[in-house]
Design a protein around this ligand. Structure first.
Ligand code: DX5
Ligand code: ZN
Length: 220
C-alpha cells in the first residue's frame, strides 16, 4: 500500500501559493488536496476551477479535488478540464451517488467517495467496488483548523476491514485535525492517505512535510 501526504492548500498563504506547493512536493507530498466549498453543502465558500487551472502544473502533484458541493455531478467535467486527477464527492451531497461515481470514472479520473462524521461506515459498502478511495471526514466539513473527532478511528478500522474482506485495493483518506501528534493513530487504524492543512501550512511547510513523510515511510 502507498502512504501519501495530501497537504490542503486551504490553510496556505495564497500570496505565495506556487512556492508553497513546490516546498511540499520537494519534500515528498505526492498529492495536493484542493477543498472546494459551495456555501450550500457547507456554510463556507472557498475556491473553484479557475484557481485549480492556475496552479495545475506548478508541481507534478496529483490534484486531489474534494468537492464539498451540493450535487457535484454538475461540475465534474469542469474540474477535469481545470486539471483534477482525483475527484471526491460527498455521499450526503448526491441524489444519485452511483451516477456521480460513474461520471468521474467515465471521464478517466480516479473516484473518491466521502462521508461526514455523522454518516455511518456501512453507508459506503454498496460503492466500495467502484471507487479508488474513501475519504473519511474527521471534522465537520467546511473549515480548516478544527479538532480531530476521535470516533473517526473506529470508522476507519471498519472501512479498512470491509476493503480487506473483499480483497479490494481502495485507499482510505482522512481529512481534518491531523497533526504530527495524532497521525500515527490514523495510520494505525488503516488510513493511507493523510490530509493536513494547518499542520503543513501553519509554519514551515517544507519542514512540516518532511516530518510527516518520515512517519509515513515507517508504514511502507
Ligand atoms: C475541511 C477540509 C479540510 C481542511 C483540513 O472541510 O476538507 O481539508 O482543510 O484542514 P486541517 O488540517 O487544518 O484540519
Ligand atoms: Zn478536504
Amino acid at each position: 500500500m502507498n502512504y501519501i501526504l495530501a497537504p490542503s492548500i486551504l490553510a496556505a498563504d495564497f500570496k505565495s501559493l506556487g512556492q508553497e506547493m513546490k516546498k511540499t512536493w520537494e519534500q515528498g507530498a505526492a498529492y495536493l488536496h484542493f477543498d472546494v466549498m459551495d456555501g450550500m453543502f457547507v456554510p463556507s465558500i472557498s475556491f473553484g476551477m479557475p484557481v485549480l487551472a492556475s496552479i495545475k502544473g506548478a508541481t507534478e502533484q496529483v490534484m486531489d479535488v474534494h468537492l464539498m458541493v451540493h450535487e457535484p455531478i454538475r461540475y465534474i467535467e469542469a474540474f477535469k478540464k481545470a486539471g483534477a486527477d482525483l475527484v471526491t464527492v460527498h455521499l450526503e451531497a448526491c441524489e444519485d451517488v452511483q451516477a456521480a461515481i460513474d461520471k468521474i470514472r467515465t471521464l478517466g479520473l480516479k473516484a473518491g467517495l466521502s462521508i461526514c462524521p455523522e454518516t455511518s461506515s456501512e453507508s459506503v459498502k454498496p460503492f466500495l467496488n467502484d471507487v479508488d478511495m474513501i475519504l473519511v471526514m474527521s471534522v465537520h466539513p467546511g473549515f480548516g483548523g478544527q479538532k480531530f473527532i476521535p470516533e473517526s478511528l473506529d470508522k476507519i478500522r471498519r472501512i479498512r476491514e470491509m476493503i480487506r474482506e473483499r480483497d479490494l485495493c481502495v485507499d482510505i483518506e482522512v481529512d481534518g485535525g491531523i497533526y504530527l501528534s495524532n497521525v500515527r493513530e490514523v495510520l494505525n487504524a488503516g488510513a493511507n492517505v493523510i490530509v493536513a492543512g494547518s499542520a503543513v501550512f501553519g509554519g514551515d511547510s517544507g519542514k512540516n512535510t518532511r516530518d510527516f513523510m518520515e512517519i509515513l515511510r515507517e508504514y511502507e
